[in-house]
Structures are given as C-alpha cells and as structure tokens.
Design a protein around this ligand. Structure first.
Ligand code: NAP
Length: 494
C-alpha cells in the first residue's frame, strides 16, 4: 500500500521516540483535571471535523456511512469514558499498609502502592476500525489516560483519515497547553519502520490490532531488544459458536437469521466474527444449515477494506475449501467486482477438522465453517483442539446447558468473553468488557483492549516504602486529597 504521505525513516523514528520521551516527562506534571479536559477536547475536535471525516473514511475503507458514524461515536465516547475514569481516580489502585513500629520481632514499614505510567507507547492503527482502533482509538485513549505519550503508526489503508484525526488531536494539544509531542503520528509502509518503532530505545510498550503474523512479529522484535518491553497484540480469532440440540430443534430459522447477519456484518471484518460453528449431527442441524444457506444467499457481496485484505480472504477461503472433506454449504454466486467478497458457509466432519490444522486458521471475512460432530465427546475434543479465542458462544436452552455441563465447564479457559444465546460481533464498551483472550487471540490474556481496564496495559505498580508524606503522590497521601477509593490496611476507604 502506498500513500502520498512522507515515509518515516529509521533514523527519524529514534528522534520521534526521543521527543515522545521528553513529552512524557512533561505530561506527567499535568494535573488529573488537565488530562481529563485534554481527552474531552480530543473528542470534541474529532466531532468538529463533521461529515468530512466520515466521508474520507468511507472513501478509504469502503465502510458504509452509518457504520462509520457509529464508530466515531464509540471513539469519542471512549475518550470521554477515560476522562471520567481519571476524574473518578480509583483506577490507580492506591493501596496503603500503615507502619507497625512496635511489631516484633521486626517492625512493619509503611508501604504504599499505586499504578504509574510506563512511558512512550507505540500504537499500530488497525485497518478494520479506522476510528475506534486507530489514531485516537482505544489504545491511544487508554495510553494517554494512563499518562503515557503516544506515537501512532497510521494504517496505510486509511492514511488520510488518520491524518485528519491527527490534526484534531494537534488542535486539542494546542488549546489544552499540552506538550507538543505528547501525541505524534507517523506514516510507514515498510516492516522496517514498524520494527524500528518497537526497537527504539525510548519505546516503553506497544499496542497492535491486526494479523497473527504481524502481532507475533512485533513481540519477536521486542524480545530482540536489550530490554524487552510489553507488546499487546490483538490478533486472530475464529470465535467458536456451539449450537446445542434442543435449541437447534426449537429455533433453527431464527438462529439462521441471527447468524447470517453476524457472519456477514461489515463483510465479516471483525475480530469477533463467528468463523467456526460446532454442533452434533442431527436432522435439526441440516434444517438449520438449509435456513442459513437461504439467508446467506440474500446477502449482496460488498467491498472489503482494502485490496490486501481482499486478496487474503480470497486465498484463505480458497485454501480452506480445497481441503479434503470440506463441502460448501453456500457460496454466494453473484458476480463480484473489484475487491468485493462473497459470503461462504462451509461444512466438515469433526474427524476431518481435528486432523487438519489449516481448517483451524482464521479466514478474515464473511466466512464460517460448521463442524458437524458425531457425538458430544467429539464436539468436546474439537473444542479442546481450538487455540485461544477472544470469544466463545453457546446457543442453547437452560436444559441444554444442564445436559452439557462438561462442555460448558471448558469455556472460561478458552476465551476472554463467553456468551450465552447471542452473537459475538458487537463489543460493548464498558468496565466489565473483556476484549482479549489466551494466545493467539492476544499476546497477553491478562488484559482487555476494550473498556476502562484497557488502561492497565500501560501502567505498572510502584511501592513507596517509608516515604515522607509530603513527597508522596497525591493518591497516596494520608488525607486522601483526591478523595478516591483506596485499600487502607485491608479495608476499602475513601
Ligand atoms: P496487518 O497486516 O497485521 O498490519 C497491521 C499493521 O501492522 C500495519 O501497519 C503493518 O505495517 C504492521 N505490520 C504487519 N506485519 C508487520 C511486521 N512483520 N513488521 C512490522 N510491522 C508489521 O493487518 P491488516 O493490514 O489490517 O490486515 C491483514 C490481515 O490481518 C487481514 O487479512 C486479517 O487476516 C488480519 N486482521 C485481523 C484483525 C483481527 O482483529 N483479528 C483485524 C485486522 C486485520 P505495513 O503497513 O507496513 O504493512
């Protein structure tokens, strides 16, 4: 992919990260309220770009206006959510254990812990979320909220949209009197620039959303550093959905409509797309597949995000359908133009799926594979063979769940979010959301990339021992000047 913006050189990247480091130090001196106003102002400035921004994003990504309007609202909502998190304040996890000088045989010291920012964060903009996971998206908003400076590598598939959002952030920097380089924006279409960003001396952490190969490569670059740094990559997921017998029997037509919509939503370009369906062989399963086939036929092919993603979809879906034992349930036959994608539903037996690792791979696009298993034991074996996931879903009645307790018990170990009778596409932005999961869904399953806890990726705890009261951060001072919830001598207190 090429664009008209100047490519950053490896030498310039070191200077960018040096400036980011300097800005990080200055940003730490800003008050909580100043940082909150800064996040709110970025949201306001993005909104002030109006329809021009939405139109540019639609031109660059082929995403419809309604979807992009919703995504912009999510993006500005996220920024304001983090501003409110800062004002509320308890996210720093202030924990105080007061001294017991008279304790024998050794006196207990005064210990006070809180979270502090890591330093400059590099964010790789995601192609499939030009707003919500790009320039001012969740990674940037959470890193700024943590108190980190940020350098975004624009995704080349929407470089102009990214540049417009950057200009909005620059206005917010200026009007809020923030350090100029607290946020920087670079363009690079070579892996060398990505590698140099991860390996620059002053980079303290990395956020990425994209391919498994890309996300894993960034971790490898980090481990080659003199001082490896955390890399939070959100990568592939096939999001298994298990259809249990009673619900298939009772509701196959409704399930088919729900799943046809979910599989083809945004032409399947969501990390939570249900790419794998599992069920035990039965007449009801055949009825469900007939309904699903009818619903899928009605879907019009639409353009994918960019030529690279389209080429990857064509290749990966073709490779999957070529495998022995894979049959096509439905492949939309409407002629396609340019970079449009045809939705596909395929089917395979449990035994064939277990024997063929190619079938376990993500096919990023409107594709889903039904694995029909001979019995519940085989279904459990198939589920256990699937790697770490962002989501796993069970479609069933309460009676179904009671009858499949062994299977249900497996689910929390597999994915970051487990759903009952829903579709995994659609990620709510709120404090209880977990958008993460065991490798290879992400490189660190302990964290979420969505919701306020996303901030935890960019901080580390520090403990002050016997520190003079006047030199302690406000969050740890005796009189609690920030009026935040704190754990004091094992009790929650304000
Ligand atoms: P990508 O190829 O992973 O690229 C994302 C960003 O990472 C780009 O800026 C890219 O740089 C950089 N990058 C990738 N590999 C790198 C490497 N080895 N070294 C340094 N930088 C590297 O993702 P994409 O362009 O968005 O889409 C490609 C595929 O990713 C899709 O077909 C799909 O399979 C997958 N994808 C998955 C998700 C998900 O959420 N699961 C989301 C989006 C995409 P360049 O610009 O220089 O290429």
């Amino acid at each position: 992919m090429t664009n008209s913006f100047k490519e950053i050189s490896v030498q310039e990247i070191n200077q960018v990260m040096q400036r980011s480091h300097t800005a990080f130090k200055a940003f730490q001196k800003k008050s909580i309220e100043e940082k909150s106003i800064f996040l709110d102002t970025i949201a306001n400035e993005i909104e002030a770009l109006g329809d021009t921004l939405i139109q540019k994003a639609s031109e660059e990504t082929n995403l419809p206006i309604a979807r992009l309007t919703g995504e912009r609202a999510r993006t500005t909502g996220q920024l304001r959510m983090f501003a409110n998190m800062l004002r509320e304040g308890s996210w720093v996890e202030a924990t105080i254990d007061t001294a017991i000088p008279e304790r024998t045989p050794i006196p207990k010291p005064d210990l006070r812990k809180m979270l502090i920012p890591l330093g400059p964060v590099v964010v790789f903009g995601a192609s499939n979320f030009p707003f919500a996971y790009s320039t001012a998206g969740g990674d940037t908003a959470s890193a700024l909220a943590a108190g980190c400076s940020v350098v975004v590598k624009a995704h080349p598939a929407h470089a102009q949209t990214s540049e417009m959002v950057y200009q909005a952030i620059k206005k917010a920097i200026s009007s809020c009197n923030m350090p100029d380089d607290v946020f920087q924006h670079v363009h690079g279409t070579s892996f060398e620039s990505g590698k140099a960003l991860v390996q620059a001396e002053h980079t303290a952490a990395v956020g990425f959303t994209g391919s498994t190969a890309g996300g894993k490569a960034l971790v490898d670059y980090s481990t080659q550093r003199k001082n490896p740094i955390p890399v939070f990559s959100e990568m592939g997921s096939i999001n298994p959905v298990i259809f249990l017998p009673e619900t298939l029997q009772n509701s196959s037509a409704d399930l088919a409509t729900q799943y046809a919509n979910s599989i083809t939503l945004g032409m399947g370009q969501f990390c939570t797309n249900p790419g794998l369906m599992l069920a035990v062989e039965s007449p009801a399963l055949h009825t469900f597949l007939d309904h699903l086939s009818n619903r899928i036929k009605e879907v019009q092919p639409a353009k994918m995000l960019h030529a690279g993603i389209h080429a990857a979809y064509e290749k990966k879906s073709h490779d999957a359908l070529e495998q022995d034992g894979v049959t096509v349930v439905e492949q939309v036959s409407t002629p396609i133009n340019d970079i449009e994608a045809r939705p596909i539903i395929a089917q395979v037996s449990g035994q064939t799926f277990l024997a063929n690792p190619i079938l376990h791979e993500e096919v990023f696009g409107p594709y889903s594979l039904m694995v029909s298993c001979k019995d519940e034991q085989e279904l459990i074996t198939v589920l256990k063979s699937v790697s770490g996931q962002l989501t796993t879903t069970v479609m069933g009645t309460v009676h179904d769940l009671e009858n499949h307790a062994q299977l249900v018990d497996l689910l929390p170990s597999m994915a970051g979010r487990i759903l009952f009778n829903g579709a995994p596409t659609g990620v709510e932005v709120c404090a209880s959301m977990v958008h993460g999961g065991p490798y290879p869904a992400t490189t660190d399953s302990r964290f979420t990339a969505v919701g306020i806890n996303a901030v935890k990726r960019w901080v580390r705890p520090v403990c002050y021992q016997n520190w003079p009261e006047s030199l302690l951060p406000l969050a740890l001072q005796n009189n609690n000047p920030l009026n935040i919830w704190r754990m004091v001598d094992n009790e929650w207190k304000k």
